[in-house]
Design a protein around this ligand. Structure first.
Ligand code: NAP
Length: 504
């Protein structure tokens, strides 16, 4: 049977009633991402008709005051051409604000009462979105449990970071897991909600031509780049205690690596994808201290120019903070290996950083060169085939081939590319990752969320790197803002006879 595109899978029907509770309803994440995503879902008729959104914070807002804040946030964060006043009013009508300090036991009764006053309490899907500092997760879950509102079909959504290292991730997971079953816990990695990332699964597993080539026999290496132009901005305190490895590599980049390297799942939509991703994480070759020195580069930006504007050094951006030992990295490049049958000997080069020369996230699969050159008298270069998956901006995919330039006499060879741009191929709007992920939470579809064992396996792999950095006390290598990172990141790949792909 064919299923209509966009329809809910039969095993995960859209619930009739939904209470969507946002802890941290006045925060940046809620106003900039969650409300606009809920708006788009409502606009496209994807929300259950009977949906309430309960926004919680310590602020003494009544519903009207909060709705005014939400109206401003929607005006700011929903593109003007998609701004439909009827839908705005409908969404605002669903919104309520509750004043609640989660650390104050007395404040919770209002929330319990609000949730339980439902006629069909047992049949209502309750989503608890924890858009607050992770230090509050344990307190919140404990109260949800003791208040009798955590039972299935309740779901809890956790934002990164899940812990600071393996031990602290286990503490968070234990605390949340003592109230919610694993099937009720949705750990968001918004990269997994991006269309191009999901399309990677489709490209690999709904087509036949790539899969026979998808191994160490034909693939030379893989590059994953997440490059940001922004600095730390308002998140300086969080970032300085975290750094690029914890903030980006442990979650986003390793998740992308998993999707590239995983074996075909039995079926997408069940646990199989997460099972296969876990196997990749478990197959990552652990780093020794010598490996960390040799295969991992960390950097920290100095002042410079980004997109023509002068920007301060990281040290200046965090100057107001008391903390900081000067070793937080704003850039990481590393060489990883997946030690299994399919990938043995294929390096995975990962790099990410702030205040770099451009904003871009992409995966490049670089194939091996042809085994022999049958065009000895050619003009021009033959370059290895590459498949580029552009995650942002301009989501899409490019397959780079070598072609003959038209014309008589000899062979003039030229690299060309087959381009799939989402914006031009699919005229419809490309939804924000949060829209897809919020609807999956409401329907209870876990595939695009990280399971506990994945999070912990990713930490287990990162931990020797963090430990060696802490033990060595060596500072990160400086790089001027607005450049592609420290020169050591280029040495890392060039000593293997390879180079970072030029952005196209
Ligand atoms: P934020 O702007 O600082 O907002 C924090 C929210 O928590 C505010 O609504 C605040 O409201 C509320 N809050 C704080 N203490 C509270 C308490 N004791 N009781 C009840 N509410 C309390 O933070 P954010 O940027 O939205 O981030 C929220 C979480 O998402 C963090 O864990 C962050 O790491 C994660 N995250 C954020 C982003 C992003 O783009 N912002 C991206 C990825 C992950 P009151 O102070 O009024 O109570």
């Amino acid at each position: 049977m064919t299923r209509t595109r966009g329809a809910a899978p039969a095993s995960h029907p859209l619930p009739e009633h939904c209470d969507f509770t946002v802890f941290g309803g006045t925060g940046d994440l809620a106003l900039r991402k969650l409300l606009p995503a809920l708006y788009q879902c409502d606009r496209e008729g994807r929300l259950p008709e009977d949906t309430r959104v309960l926004a919680l914070s310590r602020a003494a807002y009544d519903d009207d005051a909060y709705r005014a804040i939400a109206r401003t946030a929607l005006a700011e964060h929903v593109p003007a051409e998609q701004h439909d006043l009827t839908v705005v009013e409908r969404l605002l009508g669903r919104l309520h604000h509750l004043t609640l300090d989660v650390t104050d036991d007395h404040d919770w009764h209002a929330l319990y009462g609000r949730l339980k006053d439902r006629r069909d309490f047992a049949g209502t899907v309750r989503v608890f979105y924890l858009a607050v500092a992770p230090v509050l997760y344990e307190t919140i879950c404990r109260h949800l449990g003791s208040g009798g509102v955590a039972a299935d079909p309740s779901r809890v959504v956790l934002e990164k970071p899940i812990g600071h290292d393996l031990a602290s991730a286990r503490v968070v997971n234990d605390a949340v897991g003592s109230v919610f079953a694993e099937s009720q816990i949705f750990r968001i990695d918004h990269y997994l909600g991006k269309e191009s990332v999901q399309n990677l699964l489709v490209t690999r597993f709904a087509n036949t031509f790539l899969e026979p080539l998808w191994n160490s026999q034909w693939i030379d290496h893989v590059q994953i780049t997440v490059s940001e132009t922004l600095g730390v901005g308002d998140r300086a305190a969080y970032y300085d205690a975290s750094g690029a490895l914890r903030d980006m590599v442990q979650n986003h980049l390793l998740q992308l690596l998993c999707l590239v390297a995983m074996e075909p799942p039995l079926e997408v939509g069940r646990e199989d994808v997460r099972d296969e991703k876990l196997k990749v994480l478990q197959a990552l070759r652990p780093m020794t201290p010598e490996d960390v020195d040799h295969d991992v580069v960390r950097g920290r930006y100095r002042s410079g120019y980004v997109e023509g504007r002068p920007v301060p050094a990281y040290d200046e951006e965090i100057a107001a903070l008391e903390a900081g030992d000067g070793t937080t990295e704003t850039f990481v490049a590393l060489r990883a290996e997946v030690s299994n049958w399919r990938w043995a000997g294929v390096p995975f080069y990962l790099r990410t950083g702030k205040r770099l020369d451009r904003r871009l996230s992409e995966i490049v699969i670089v194939f091996k060169a042809t085994p022999t050159d049958v065009f000895p008298h050619r003009e021009g270069l033959t370059e290895p085939n590459k498949l580029t998956i552009r995650v942002s901006p301009d989501e899409g995919m490019q397959l780079h081939l070598t072609a003959k330039e038209p014309g008589p006499g000899g062979y003039r060879l030229r690299p060309v590319s087959l381009d799939l741009s989402y914006a031009t191929t699919f005229a419809n709007r490309s939804p924000d990752a949060y829209e897809r992920l919020l609807m999956d939470v409401i329907r209870g579809i876990p595939t695009l969320f990280m399971r506990r064992d994945e999070v912990e396996a990713a930490w287990a792999w990162c931990e020797p790197i963090l430990q060696h950095w802490a033990a060595s006390g060596l500072p990160p290598k400086p790089y001027p803002a607005g450049t592609p990172g420290p020169s050591a990141a280029f040495t890392l790949i060039e000593r293997d006879g390879r180079s970072w792909q030029e952005y196209l």
